[in-house]
Design a protein around this ligand. Structure first.
Ligand code: SF4
Length: 357
């Protein structure tokens, strides 16, 4: 692993970037990439040679909407058991978090996998709902669980999302000039290289799929800069040791069998076309939104606001850096998060504060 952290090689790449003499802005959409960029000081290093890096909507907890949190809280208050990942419990909704609901007696469990949700359901007569968050990386596990005859009292509140439509949305909104994308390594392991190609073709934006070590990212940036210098816009794969052109065919087949893609809201965005994974009709007995439609009807007529003063939406669109939010590190900290970008370890506010600035 450490050959991907070789300081001499890193220095040489940065020198080459300097020689290219470019002023460019690159976006990535991955919490793990942000972690590496901040932890190893790459963002600052790159800024000095004309490369600005911004994090987009690449944290699954952060992009989950206030409505989805309220759905889970409402179902818990109706006596259902909610199982989900730990970070989701702490994201503040308009009327408190899942953790607050748990404190009032709701049965809300932290799990590390959907499999644990199944185990809980097997031991209970009550309905157990797994709040399934995440991108193309986690959607196959949900699909596989659904295909393996889960217990009758188990259902899923799907909050899975697809990354390429969000990248296109950023370009369409056009608030920020983006000269290139570093594509996420984990997501690409599943989807391969092809689903990004339309972005380069339609918007003339270079892309490089990159791994998570410092040299992966520096090489990714250098390859994007090379494309820009040569007037090219295509998808390249720096992470060939893991990402195959065709992706993971077995995982993709399960996702196709179980889910259809439709428009969905993301935090910080209005509806992004075809970016949400929803259970197909033949699996609706496992769809919590269909199973408990009556409990959610009133809720779906409402609109929920972001927490007062929180600028997570702008952080997720890359418009501002985390430390440009007036609440950053003062009112909003990991112990007292105001928004999801401070809750999740993949959120850019949490990462920036964790490694200290
Ligand atoms: S500092 Fe807190 S309130 Fe501000 S954008 Fe980040 S998470 Fe949201």
């Amino acid at each position: 692993m450490f050959r991907y952290r070789d300081r001499k090689v890193a220095k040489r790449i940065v020198e080459r970037l300097k020689e290219l003499n470019l002023e460019i802005r690159i976006m990535h959409v991955c919490g793990t990439h942000q972690d590496t960029l901040v932890r190893f000081g790459l963002s600052d290093m790159l800024k000095k040679v004309g490369v600005e890096i911004r994090q987009g909507p690449g944290c699954p907890v952060c992009v989950t909407t206030p409505m989805e949190i309220e759905e889970a809280i409402t179902l818990a208050k109706k006596g259902r058991t909610i199982a989900t990942f730990g970070d989701m419990l702490l994201v503040p909704g308009e009327n408190g978090s899942l953790f607050d609901a748990k404190a009032t007696g709701c049965d809300i469990r932290t799990v590390y996998s959907i499999g644990e949700g199944i185990e809980i359901a097997k031991k209970m007569d009550k309905d157990v709902i797994f709040m399934a968050i995440g991108f193309e990386t986690t959607a196959p596990t949900t699909a596989s669980t659904i295909l393996n005859n889960p217990p009758k009292n188990f259902s899923v509140l799907t909050c899975h999302r697809a990354i390429p439509p969000a990248m296109e949305a950023l370009l369409k909104i056009g608030e920020l000039k983006i000269d290139g994308f570093i594509d996420p390594g984990h997501v690409s392991t599943i989807i391969g290289t092809k689903p990004y190609e339309f972005i380069s073709e339609a918007y003339k934006v270079p892309q490089v799929i990159a791994g998570f070590e410092p040299l992966d990212l520096l090489m990714g940036v250098y390859m994007i800069a090379g494309q820009i210098k040569n007037g090219e816009a295509k998808v390249e794969n720096e992470y060939k040791r893991v990402v195959k052109e065709e992706g993971n065919k077995k995982a993709l087949a399960m996702v196709d069998e179980v889910f259809c893609q439709d428009d969905v809201s993301w935090r910080g965005f209005s509806h992004i076309p075809k970016s949400g994974f929803f259970l197909k009709e033949e699996f609706e007995r496992y769809d919590a939104r269909k199973q408990f439609e009556d409990d959610l009807d009133e809720l779906h007529k409402k609109e929920f606001k972001e927490p007062e003063g929180c600028r997570c939406g702008e952080v997720l669109r890359g418009i501002i850096y985390s430390d440009e939010c007036p609440l950053f590190g003062r009112v909003c900290t990991p112990d007292h998060p105001v928004g999801p970008c401070m809750v999740s370890r993949e959120g850019s506010c949490n990462i920036l504060l964790r490694y200290g600035i």
